[in-house]
Design a protein around this ligand. Structure first.
Ligand code: NAG
Ligand code: NAG
Ligand code: NAG
Ligand code: NAG
Ligand code: NAG
Length: 308
């Protein structure tokens, strides 16, 4: 692990010229109009390691993706694992008040504006559902923005696919998440993570594969002029996509705030900093979140202690 982590850091510094870093620990990848997808993970290998923080800030071993960012969950109501033999992220639902997330950079402060959206293949159980959101980092890239109201609209996966036990290709345009749960504009410049909530039914199994970010094309990024334009299908070009194979996203000098996202520790109870422990089981978003949100925020700050 130690040498692997060192290799990641070297790779990151080598490719850092490919991105601009504006502000501290903010990951902004240059536009690549209609370029090949950026691989988040092909799940061909299990990556475990620590985020590139001083151990005093975050000393937790986490599951990581090809961008050097972590996966995590609610720590209780589902389990997840990368299964290299099948090249999938497999999620086993225990009870339905659950969440799983992926970040796109180690600092959990990612500029999505040069990207059209998230693309992946998904095998969802017959009659299954879950809701996706984008969680929010403050512009300082350190703290998470107020829990609940700042999360983007929660959108059910059934808007994009038909859960029927067969694998389907899915594209989730960021533009669909323009509004946040508090009725304001979501800040696409400072994404914390992509969180999938309330997988159901209990006992079901879900699989995500070929997970990637699609570059914006002909103005179809979340702030673009052409939200309906661009390709409707996309594939990874292995020759040009994330050749470092495990390098963190370029331009990241992690902030303490990045640690706040982590529920990914295999042994962690993990609710701190993750998006949705606050979401009532039947609530998709919005007003009902507020009371829970402040409670959870307080608890998380306490949990993180000196890290903030
Ligand atoms: C970090 O964890 C390692 C064990 O993995 C331990 O030896 C070390 O003391 C820890 N460092 C801090 C600052 O907690
Ligand atoms: C599942 O849904 C997809 C998308 O609607 C469809 O193409 C496929 O034929 C369906 N498979 C079954 C077994 O119903
Ligand atoms: C919007 O996207 C469509 C589909 O790719 C394209 O035909 C059209 O020219 C685009 N419009 C602008 C203004 O870029
Ligand atoms: C950026 O990350 C470095 C390394 O972890 C940290 O020392 C620094 O405080 C961070 N800057 C901000 C503004 O968080
Ligand atoms: C797990 O689900 C139970 C209800 O089944 C809920 O009370 C609990 O808060 C959930 N845990 C997390 C971390 O979301």
């Amino acid at each position: 692990m130690r040498s692997a982590a060192a290799a990641l850091l070297v790779a990151a510094s080598l490719i850092s010229s490919a991105s601009a870093q504006i502000g501290a620990n903010w990951t902004q990848l240059a536009a690549n109009d209609c370029g090949p997808d950026l691989l988040i993970d092909d799940f061909s290998v299990v990556r475990q390691g620590k985020l590139p923080f001083p151990p005093q800030v975050d000393n937790t071993t986490r599951f990581l993706n090809a961008l050097g960012a972590d996966y995590g969950d609610d720590g209780q109501n589902l389990t997840f694992a990368t299964v290299p033999a099948d090249k999938v992220m497999r999620i086993n639902v225990i009870t339905t008040q659950n969440f799983w997330f992926s970040k796109f950079d180690a600092s959990a402060c990612f500029d999505t504006t040069n990207f059209h959206g998230i693309a992946f293949d998904m095998l969802a159980p017959v009659g299954g559902n879950m809701k996706m959101t984008l969680t929010q980092k403050n512009p300082d890239c350190i703290l998470r923005t107020d829990y609940g109201p700042s999360d983007a609209t929660y959108i059910p996966i059934t808007n994009y696919m038909n859960p029927n036990g067969t694998k389907q290709s899915v594209i989730i345009p960021f533009a669909d998440f323009k509004m946040n749960s508090g009725g304001k504009l979501y800040d696409f410049l400072h994404l914390k993570d992509w969180t999938l909530n309330q997988f159901s039914p209990a006992g079901s199994t879900w699989e995500i594969s070929n997970l990637r970010l699609m570059y914006a094309c002909k103005g179809n990024g979340p702030l673009g002029t052409n939200s309906t334009g661009g390709p409707t299908t996309s594939t990874v070009n292995p020759a040009t996509t994330n050749p470092a194979g495990g390098a963190p996203a370029a331009g990241t000098t992690p902030a303490a705030g990045g640690a706040a996202g982590g529920a990914a520790a295999p042994s962690s109870t993990g609710a701190a900093g993750s998006a949705q422990s606050a979401v009532p089981a039947k609530s998709s978003a919005g007003q009902t979140l507020y009371a829970f949100a402040s409670t959870v925020f307080g608890a998380s700050v306490a949990f993180l202690g000196g890290a903030l």
